[in-house]
Ligand binder design. Structure first.
Ligand SMILES: [Zn+2]
Length: 336
Protein backbone atom coordinates (compact mmCIF):
# COMPACT_ATOMS: atom_id res chain seq x y z
CA UNK A 1 0.00 0.00 0.00
CA UNK A 2 1.08 3.53 -0.73
CA UNK A 3 2.67 4.72 2.53
CA UNK A 4 1.24 8.24 2.54
CA UNK A 5 -2.24 6.92 1.96
CA UNK A 6 -1.82 4.35 4.71
CA UNK A 7 -0.74 7.04 7.13
CA UNK A 8 -3.67 9.21 6.13
CA UNK A 9 -6.14 6.38 6.56
CA UNK A 10 -4.64 5.43 9.90
CA UNK A 11 -4.97 8.94 11.24
CA UNK A 12 -8.58 9.06 10.05
CA UNK A 13 -9.67 5.61 11.17
CA UNK A 14 -7.39 5.15 14.16
CA UNK A 15 -7.23 1.64 15.52
CA UNK A 16 -10.08 0.41 13.37
CA UNK A 17 -8.14 0.03 10.14
CA UNK A 18 -4.96 -1.57 11.38
CA UNK A 19 -5.08 -5.17 10.39
CA UNK A 20 -8.88 -5.36 10.38
CA UNK A 21 -10.36 -3.19 7.66
CA UNK A 22 -9.68 -3.28 3.96
CA UNK A 23 -9.11 0.01 2.13
CA UNK A 24 -12.47 -0.78 0.58
CA UNK A 25 -14.14 -0.19 3.95
CA UNK A 26 -12.94 3.40 4.04
CA UNK A 27 -15.72 4.34 1.63
CA UNK A 28 -18.12 7.02 2.91
CA UNK A 29 -20.57 5.26 5.30
CA UNK A 30 -18.09 2.36 5.39
CA UNK A 31 -18.60 2.03 9.12
CA UNK A 32 -16.73 3.00 12.26
CA UNK A 33 -17.01 -0.13 14.35
CA UNK A 34 -19.87 1.32 16.41
CA UNK A 35 -21.05 -0.93 19.23
CA UNK A 36 -24.74 -1.17 18.31
CA UNK A 37 -25.58 -2.69 21.69
CA UNK A 38 -28.39 -4.85 20.32
CA UNK A 39 -28.69 -6.56 23.71
CA UNK A 40 -29.97 -3.26 25.16
CA UNK A 41 -32.73 -2.68 22.60
CA UNK A 42 -35.34 -4.49 24.70
CA UNK A 43 -34.57 -2.38 27.78
CA UNK A 44 -33.48 0.90 26.26
CA UNK A 45 -35.59 2.76 28.85
CA UNK A 46 -32.85 1.98 31.36
CA UNK A 47 -30.23 3.47 29.03
CA UNK A 48 -32.35 6.60 28.63
CA UNK A 49 -31.76 7.24 32.35
CA UNK A 50 -27.98 6.93 31.99
CA UNK A 51 -26.42 10.29 32.98
CA UNK A 52 -24.23 10.29 29.86
CA UNK A 53 -27.03 9.39 27.43
CA UNK A 54 -27.18 11.72 24.44
CA UNK A 55 -29.11 11.87 21.23
CA UNK A 56 -28.46 13.03 17.73
CA UNK A 57 -31.31 14.91 16.04
CA UNK A 58 -32.87 14.51 12.62
CA UNK A 59 -35.53 16.61 10.95
CA UNK A 60 -37.23 15.06 7.94
CA UNK A 61 -34.16 12.92 7.24
CA UNK A 62 -31.65 15.72 7.73
CA UNK A 63 -29.14 15.35 10.59
CA UNK A 64 -28.29 18.32 12.78
CA UNK A 65 -24.69 19.46 12.73
CA UNK A 66 -22.41 22.19 13.89
CA UNK A 67 -19.58 22.64 11.43
CA UNK A 68 -18.57 19.14 10.37
CA UNK A 69 -19.78 17.42 13.54
CA UNK A 70 -23.08 15.77 14.39
CA UNK A 71 -24.73 17.52 17.31
CA UNK A 72 -25.37 15.36 20.40
CA UNK A 73 -27.63 16.74 23.13
CA UNK A 74 -28.63 15.36 26.55
CA UNK A 75 -32.11 13.80 26.48
CA UNK A 76 -33.45 16.62 28.69
CA UNK A 77 -32.35 19.40 26.31
CA UNK A 78 -35.06 22.01 25.53
CA UNK A 79 -34.96 21.09 21.81
CA UNK A 80 -36.39 17.70 22.79
CA UNK A 81 -39.77 19.34 23.43
CA UNK A 82 -40.27 19.05 19.66
CA UNK A 83 -39.04 15.45 19.37
CA UNK A 84 -41.27 12.43 18.93
CA UNK A 85 -41.67 10.24 22.03
CA UNK A 86 -39.83 7.29 20.46
CA UNK A 87 -36.04 7.36 20.53
CA UNK A 88 -33.95 5.00 18.42
CA UNK A 89 -31.02 3.38 20.18
CA UNK A 90 -28.04 3.65 17.82
CA UNK A 91 -25.47 2.18 20.17
CA UNK A 92 -23.03 2.83 22.97
CA UNK A 93 -19.79 4.70 22.34
CA UNK A 94 -16.91 5.70 24.60
CA UNK A 95 -18.96 8.55 26.06
CA UNK A 96 -22.14 6.55 26.71
CA UNK A 97 -25.44 5.57 25.05
CA UNK A 98 -26.30 7.33 21.77
CA UNK A 99 -29.89 7.71 20.59
CA UNK A 100 -31.53 9.33 17.58
CA UNK A 101 -34.54 11.63 17.97
CA UNK A 102 -36.91 12.62 15.20
CA UNK A 103 -37.93 16.30 15.11
CA UNK A 104 -39.91 15.99 11.89
CA UNK A 105 -43.11 17.15 13.60
CA UNK A 106 -41.58 20.60 14.09
CA UNK A 107 -42.23 23.16 11.36
CA UNK A 108 -39.66 25.93 11.02
CA UNK A 109 -41.45 29.32 11.04
CA UNK A 110 -39.66 30.50 7.90
CA UNK A 111 -39.67 27.16 6.05
CA UNK A 112 -38.74 27.57 2.39
CA UNK A 113 -40.16 24.55 0.60
CA UNK A 114 -38.53 25.29 -2.77
CA UNK A 115 -35.83 22.66 -2.41
CA UNK A 116 -37.46 20.05 -0.20
CA UNK A 117 -37.71 16.66 -1.89
CA UNK A 118 -35.25 17.69 -4.58
CA UNK A 119 -32.30 15.40 -5.34
CA UNK A 120 -29.91 17.48 -3.27
CA UNK A 121 -31.66 19.96 -1.01
CA UNK A 122 -29.21 22.82 -0.28
CA UNK A 123 -31.50 24.52 2.29
CA UNK A 124 -30.64 24.37 5.99
CA UNK A 125 -32.96 24.78 8.98
CA UNK A 126 -32.15 26.03 12.47
CA UNK A 127 -34.19 25.19 15.54
CA UNK A 128 -34.73 28.16 17.91
CA UNK A 129 -33.55 26.13 20.92
CA UNK A 130 -30.14 25.65 19.31
CA UNK A 131 -27.29 28.16 18.97
CA UNK A 132 -26.42 29.91 15.70
CA UNK A 133 -24.36 27.76 13.37
CA UNK A 134 -26.31 24.63 14.31
CA UNK A 135 -28.40 23.43 11.37
CA UNK A 136 -30.26 20.51 9.86
CA UNK A 137 -28.58 19.73 6.53
CA UNK A 138 -29.07 17.25 3.72
CA UNK A 139 -26.98 14.14 4.37
CA UNK A 140 -25.91 13.83 0.73
CA UNK A 141 -24.50 17.36 0.88
CA UNK A 142 -22.46 16.89 4.05
CA UNK A 143 -21.62 13.16 4.07
CA UNK A 144 -18.00 13.50 2.96
CA UNK A 145 -17.30 16.00 5.76
CA UNK A 146 -18.37 13.75 8.63
CA UNK A 147 -16.03 11.53 10.65
CA UNK A 148 -16.59 7.79 10.09
CA UNK A 149 -18.38 7.55 13.48
CA UNK A 150 -20.69 10.47 12.77
CA UNK A 151 -21.36 9.12 9.28
CA UNK A 152 -22.34 5.72 10.69
CA UNK A 153 -24.65 7.29 13.29
CA UNK A 154 -26.30 9.57 10.73
CA UNK A 155 -26.74 6.90 8.06
CA UNK A 156 -28.22 4.46 10.56
CA UNK A 157 -30.65 6.99 12.01
CA UNK A 158 -31.80 8.15 8.58
CA UNK A 159 -32.34 4.58 7.35
CA UNK A 160 -34.31 3.50 10.43
CA UNK A 161 -36.46 6.65 10.51
CA UNK A 162 -37.20 6.29 6.81
CA UNK A 163 -38.29 2.70 7.40
CA UNK A 164 -40.75 3.68 10.16
CA UNK A 165 -42.18 6.41 7.94
CA UNK A 166 -42.92 4.03 5.07
CA UNK A 167 -43.87 0.94 7.12
CA UNK A 168 -46.45 2.24 9.57
CA UNK A 169 -48.96 -0.48 8.72
CA UNK A 170 -48.65 -4.22 9.14
CA UNK A 171 -47.74 -5.91 5.84
CA UNK A 172 -49.75 -8.99 6.90
CA UNK A 173 -53.08 -7.48 7.99
CA UNK A 174 -52.95 -3.73 7.36
CA UNK A 175 -53.41 -2.63 10.97
CA UNK A 176 -51.22 0.23 12.21
CA UNK A 177 -48.20 -1.28 13.97
CA UNK A 178 -46.14 0.12 16.83
CA UNK A 179 -42.44 0.79 17.24
CA UNK A 180 -40.60 -1.71 19.47
CA UNK A 181 -37.06 -2.69 20.48
CA UNK A 182 -35.84 0.94 20.58
CA UNK A 183 -36.72 1.41 16.92
CA UNK A 184 -35.38 -1.86 15.49
CA UNK A 185 -38.74 -3.60 15.17
CA UNK A 186 -42.45 -2.92 14.60
CA UNK A 187 -45.11 -5.11 16.19
CA UNK A 188 -48.71 -5.62 15.12
CA UNK A 189 -51.16 -6.02 18.01
CA UNK A 190 -53.92 -7.31 15.72
CA UNK A 191 -52.18 -10.33 14.15
CA UNK A 192 -49.03 -10.63 16.27
CA UNK A 193 -46.77 -9.90 13.30
CA UNK A 194 -43.21 -8.71 13.92
CA UNK A 195 -41.56 -6.56 11.27
CA UNK A 196 -37.89 -5.68 10.89
CA UNK A 197 -36.06 -2.84 9.09
CA UNK A 198 -35.72 -3.38 5.37
CA UNK A 199 -32.51 -3.06 3.37
CA UNK A 200 -32.68 -3.38 -0.39
CA UNK A 201 -29.60 -4.95 -2.03
CA UNK A 202 -28.21 -3.16 -5.07
CA UNK A 203 -25.23 -4.28 -7.15
CA UNK A 204 -22.96 -1.59 -8.56
CA UNK A 205 -20.20 -2.79 -10.80
CA UNK A 206 -16.81 -1.83 -12.06
CA UNK A 207 -16.81 -3.65 -15.38
CA UNK A 208 -13.43 -3.55 -17.09
CA UNK A 209 -11.95 -4.72 -20.34
CA UNK A 210 -8.19 -4.28 -20.36
CA UNK A 211 -7.47 -0.62 -19.77
CA UNK A 212 -11.08 0.57 -20.02
CA UNK A 213 -14.07 0.76 -17.68
CA UNK A 214 -17.74 0.61 -18.65
CA UNK A 215 -19.75 3.68 -17.64
CA UNK A 216 -23.34 4.68 -18.20
CA UNK A 217 -25.65 7.62 -17.56
CA UNK A 218 -29.32 7.84 -16.68
CA UNK A 219 -31.74 10.37 -18.10
CA UNK A 220 -31.97 13.49 -15.94
CA UNK A 221 -28.41 13.36 -14.63
CA UNK A 222 -26.29 16.53 -14.85
CA UNK A 223 -24.84 17.02 -18.34
CA UNK A 224 -21.82 14.83 -18.99
CA UNK A 225 -22.09 12.80 -15.77
CA UNK A 226 -21.28 9.11 -16.15
CA UNK A 227 -21.08 6.47 -13.44
CA UNK A 228 -20.88 2.75 -12.85
CA UNK A 229 -23.87 0.65 -13.84
CA UNK A 230 -26.10 -0.46 -10.98
CA UNK A 231 -29.33 -2.30 -10.34
CA UNK A 232 -31.45 -4.06 -7.71
CA UNK A 233 -30.77 -7.69 -6.93
CA UNK A 234 -33.91 -9.69 -7.69
CA UNK A 235 -35.45 -12.35 -5.45
CA UNK A 236 -33.87 -15.73 -6.11
CA UNK A 237 -30.73 -14.21 -7.59
CA UNK A 238 -27.09 -14.20 -6.47
CA UNK A 239 -24.96 -11.05 -6.42
CA UNK A 240 -22.87 -12.40 -9.31
CA UNK A 241 -25.92 -13.21 -11.42
CA UNK A 242 -27.39 -9.76 -10.76
CA UNK A 243 -24.17 -8.12 -11.96
CA UNK A 244 -24.16 -10.13 -15.20
CA UNK A 245 -27.89 -9.65 -15.82
CA UNK A 246 -27.95 -5.90 -15.19
CA UNK A 247 -24.91 -5.22 -17.37
CA UNK A 248 -26.31 -7.32 -20.20
CA UNK A 249 -29.78 -5.76 -19.93
CA UNK A 250 -28.48 -2.21 -19.92
CA UNK A 251 -25.59 -2.44 -22.39
CA UNK A 252 -25.55 -5.85 -24.09
CA UNK A 253 -22.05 -6.48 -22.70
CA UNK A 254 -21.36 -10.03 -21.47
CA UNK A 255 -19.58 -10.33 -18.10
CA UNK A 256 -17.47 -13.30 -16.97
CA UNK A 257 -15.73 -13.44 -13.58
CA UNK A 258 -17.32 -11.29 -10.85
CA UNK A 259 -15.78 -10.52 -7.48
CA UNK A 260 -16.97 -8.56 -4.47
CA UNK A 261 -15.11 -5.36 -3.55
CA UNK A 262 -16.93 -3.25 -0.97
CA UNK A 263 -20.35 -2.21 0.24
CA UNK A 264 -21.95 1.07 1.21
CA UNK A 265 -25.17 1.65 3.15
CA UNK A 266 -27.12 4.16 1.07
CA UNK A 267 -30.26 5.31 2.89
CA UNK A 268 -31.86 7.11 -0.07
CA UNK A 269 -34.14 5.55 0.97
CA UNK A 270 -32.96 2.05 2.00
CA UNK A 271 -30.31 0.56 -0.25
CA UNK A 272 -27.16 -1.39 0.44
CA UNK A 273 -24.80 -0.82 -2.47
CA UNK A 274 -22.66 -3.88 -3.11
CA UNK A 275 -19.64 -2.91 -5.17
CA UNK A 276 -18.33 -5.62 -7.47
CA UNK A 277 -15.65 -5.98 -10.11
CA UNK A 278 -16.50 -7.81 -13.33
CA UNK A 279 -14.44 -8.76 -16.36
CA UNK A 280 -16.13 -8.10 -19.69
CA UNK A 281 -16.19 -10.90 -22.25
CA UNK A 282 -17.43 -8.61 -25.01
CA UNK A 283 -17.19 -4.87 -25.76
CA UNK A 284 -19.98 -4.03 -28.23
CA UNK A 285 -22.57 -1.78 -26.56
CA UNK A 286 -26.30 -1.88 -27.27
CA UNK A 287 -28.10 0.24 -24.68
CA UNK A 288 -31.57 -0.32 -23.32
CA UNK A 289 -33.02 3.20 -23.74
CA UNK A 290 -35.64 2.54 -21.05
CA UNK A 291 -32.94 2.02 -18.43
CA UNK A 292 -30.07 4.26 -19.49
CA UNK A 293 -29.41 7.15 -21.83
CA UNK A 294 -25.87 6.25 -22.88
CA UNK A 295 -22.98 3.92 -22.11
CA UNK A 296 -19.33 3.98 -23.12
CA UNK A 297 -15.90 2.54 -22.45
CA UNK A 298 -13.51 5.02 -20.85
CA UNK A 299 -9.75 4.44 -20.62
CA UNK A 300 -7.82 5.02 -17.39
CA UNK A 301 -6.19 8.07 -18.96
CA UNK A 302 -9.54 9.62 -19.87
CA UNK A 303 -10.98 8.79 -16.45
CA UNK A 304 -8.00 10.47 -14.75
CA UNK A 305 -8.65 13.51 -16.89
CA UNK A 306 -12.35 13.45 -15.97
CA UNK A 307 -11.46 13.44 -12.26
CA UNK A 308 -9.40 16.60 -12.75
CA UNK A 309 -12.39 18.21 -14.43
CA UNK A 310 -10.42 18.65 -17.64
CA UNK A 311 -12.19 16.05 -19.77
CA UNK A 312 -14.09 17.81 -22.58
CA UNK A 313 -17.16 15.58 -22.26
CA UNK A 314 -17.19 13.38 -19.14
CA UNK A 315 -17.94 14.21 -15.50
CA UNK A 316 -17.36 11.38 -12.98
CA UNK A 317 -19.78 10.19 -10.27
CA UNK A 318 -20.22 12.43 -7.23
CA UNK A 319 -17.76 12.33 -4.32
CA UNK A 320 -19.09 10.23 -1.44
CA UNK A 321 -20.85 7.74 -3.69
CA UNK A 322 -19.30 4.27 -3.87
CA UNK A 323 -19.02 4.62 -7.68
CA UNK A 324 -16.67 7.57 -7.24
CA UNK A 325 -14.70 5.66 -4.60
CA UNK A 326 -14.31 2.49 -6.70
CA UNK A 327 -13.27 4.43 -9.79
CA UNK A 328 -10.67 6.33 -7.74
CA UNK A 329 -9.31 3.09 -6.25
CA UNK A 330 -9.17 1.50 -9.71
CA UNK A 331 -7.22 4.45 -11.07
CA UNK A 332 -4.79 4.21 -8.16
CA UNK A 333 -4.63 0.43 -8.57
CA UNK A 334 -5.68 0.00 -4.95
CA UNK A 335 -8.74 -2.20 -5.17
CA UNK A 336 -8.41 -4.81 -2.46
ZN1 LIG B 1 -50.91 -7.43 11.50
Amino acid sequence: MNFTLHKKLNSRYGHVISGVMKIAETVTFGGSGLNRAAEWRGRADELRLHPAARTILLWRGKPMLRGDTLVRVPLGHPVMADAGADLILLGIDDAGPVFAADLSGWTPPDLDTTHLDTFLDPSEQRHPAMPAGTVFAELRAIMTRLSPRDAELAVTAKAIMGWHLSHRFCARCGTESTLAMAGWQRNCAACGGHHFPRTDPVVIMLITHGNAVLLGRSPGWPDGMYSLLAGFVEPGETIEAAVRREVFEETGVRVGAVSYLASQPWPFPSSLMMGCAGLALSTDITIDPVEIEDALWLTREDLALAFTGAHPRILPARKGAIAHFLLRQWLADQLD
